[in-house]
Design a protein around this ligand. Structure first.
Ligand code: SPM
Length: 288
């Protein structure tokens, strides 16, 4: 195996000040790609047991073994909460996984996609074809630019906006701040819905509380969903949602048998269940 300063005795350990004192390690078979882009360090590893793994600035973005849980929930929860999503915006997620999932909805007519780092797209196209197939969809228009600046120029344009950000350290930082959420709200049409990567209520209470506070203040309907992803810290992650009309906690459209059988995690029952909070988290959100 090629030398890599983050692999010790064949293991990669994800160490981050955002989740101090806890770390997930994966056994690595091969370093497939390792280079610094204009924005961040990009690594692609072949793991021993979890398929390929995309790592940005030393933080795991996905593994092939469980990426479906994250992409399906972040895409289908907001898209099924909307009665007829036609024009959508996806910010971040240069791997293409959210585009793959959004494209499964026949009612979607256009997908604007905004990614700051073109190299993440290139590397994903080379090593993650099962995710990057999302870019083959003719409804996708790619914008290589900063999502937080892009959204400020859009008014009354989208039915659903999905933000597949990395963590609020590095290029993703602005995507966790109030001006960005104000921009998301203005970019929505009547009855629009937003869904943003919402971190963990176990590990990042301050960050999650802040996201929930911002969305509660800006949107008439707000909710937080969470679900399992074994290769994220704590084995789970959340989505922060805001809506200008539709209720969020129940799908408002049925799922066809043909779409359901293409999925591995999302079901209408999981949609509803993902909003049921443990008691401490419920109290934490109610207090905001
Ligand atoms: N399409 C996949 C891109 C992944 N975007 C989210 C990555 C989050 C990584 N850190 C998780 C920390 C959870 N608290």
């Amino acid at each position: 195996m090629k030398n890599h300063n983050k692999i010790i005795n064949g293991w990669f350990s994800e160490i981050c000040p955002m989740w101090p004192g806890i770390s997930l390690s994966l056994e690595i078979k091969e370093v497939l790609y390792s280079k610094k882009s204009k924005f961040q360090q990009i690594d692609m590893f072949q793991t021993k047991n979890h398929g390929k793994m995309l790592v940005l600035d030393e933080i795991i973005q996905l593994t092939e073994s469980d990426e479906f849980a994250y992409q399906e929930m972040l895409a289908h929860v907001p898209l099924f909460a909307h009665p007829n999503p036609e024009d959508i915006l996806v910010i971040g997620g240069g791997d293409g996984g959210i585009l793959r999932e959004a494209g499964r909805h026949d009612c979607v007519k256009t997908i604007d996609f905004c990614e700051i780092d073109e190299d993440v797209i290139k590397v994903s196209k080379e090593f993650l074809p099962d995710l990057a197939c999302g870019f083959d969809d003719p409804r996708v228009n790619i914008h290589i630019t900063d999502g937080s600046a892009f959204v400020l120029k859009q008014k009354n344009k989208y039915d659903v906006i999905i933000v597949d950000s990395s963590d609020p350290i590095g290029p993703g930082e602005a995507l966790f701040e109030r001006p960005f959420y104000e921009g998301l709200k203005k970019a929505l049409r009547k009855n629009g819905v937003i869904a943003t990567q919402g971190e963990s209520f176990f590990l990042h209470k301050e960050c999650v509380t802040n996201l929930v506070k911002i969305t509660k203040e800006l949107f008439p309907v707000q909710a937080y969903s969470y679900f399992l992803v074994p290769t994220y810290p704590g084995g789970h992650i959340g989505i922060c949602l805001g809506s200008l009309g539709p209720e969020l906690k129940k799908p408002c459209r049925g799922i066809s048998h043909s779409l359901q059988t293409q999925l591995k995690y999302y079901t209408p029952e999981i949609h509803e269940a993902s909003f049921v909070m443990p008691y401490f988290a419920r109290k934490m959100f109610e207090a905001i």
